[in-house]
Design a protein around this ligand. Sequence first.
Ligand code: NAD
Ligand code: MG
Length: 336
Amino acid sequence: MDSSERGPMSRREIVNTVGTGLAATPTVSGSAPAQRPGRAPTAQALTDPTSKYPRPPFQRQAQPWPGLASEMDPRPDHGETSYRGSGRLLGRKVLITGGDSGMGRAAAIAYAREGADVAINYFPSEEPDAREVIDLIKAEGRTGVAIPGDLRDEAFCQDLVAKAVSGLGGLDTLVSNAGRQQAHDSILDISTEQFDWTMKTNIYAPFWIIKAALPHLKPGSVIIATTSEQAYDPTPDLYDYAQTKAATMNFIKSLAKQLASRGIRVNGVAPGPIWTPLQVSGGASQQKLEKFGGQTPMGRPGQPAELASIYVQLAAADASYATGQVYGSAGGSGQP
Ligand code: NAD
Ligand code: MG
């Protein structure tokens, strides 16, 4: 494997690099290379975002819910070969729901490369995707804890937090990211069972998990929830889903106010159209999938990897005054 394929540096490499300076680092004065901690490992070339990733049209494709990233065409990029850490989250203990694929997987990879130990939850049928993520976390020399289970069950949500705390030896970062999205042209097509499924996954599960996690969160801890551009500008085919994302945006703001005095920050990420299994397992119609992301000013969907650094930034201790905020990433459309 050559070094460009190898992805991130190990922690030992980072420490060595920081200690010796990088011979190739250009300096303004032309004198000896500057020794700036953390600089070289994350240096990135100027890249045109419009041509960085695939654009529509995409192949029509459908998978049974909840879908697997490994079976998508093209395969999503979660930063497997590109994300480089610099120790920003060294020693942190993180639980991510929906950590097997999509934004949760991108966050899991980035957090591990920033030095965190990471527990991921996923639906049991997503074991193949989850295994890949656990292997990637362990490849960084970090602890990776796999906790499959159905988030619609309150008892499981409590058990999930307990298992994460015991597997990680504590908890300071909770990423409430799992979500259920099924497109329906009409409200008349949404059964009570489907409506309940969406509400249980997107609203009840975060409520149960945050309640169970709170006693473990010390000052400095963070909660990050994945909301959506749908919270602000819903499409007609996502009647039930969009209102759960508005609720998520809202609880980010109320909880941030409630928990600020305890030193716990609460923030959110609001993605636009991102190429993930959620979209090919009922989240989008086949017509929408073919043109997926084409309506954005960028003219393409986002890839999960493009949001990883946002999850890192919101978790990092140097973002200490940011709470109650929602960070959008939607290719030029979307709010806020
Ligand atoms: P994804 O399919 O990769 O992730 C969603 C995850 O939710 C699944 O991997 C699954 O593990 C988990 N999940 C769903 N129901 C579950 C249940 N009952 N029990 C356990 N786990 C369950 O797709 P994604 O797009 O990365 O989704 C992550 C978050 O991003 C979701 O909250 C979604 O609403 C949000 N989002 C996605 C987009 C997009 O275009 N993909 C846009 C805005 C917001
Ligand atoms: Mg998945």
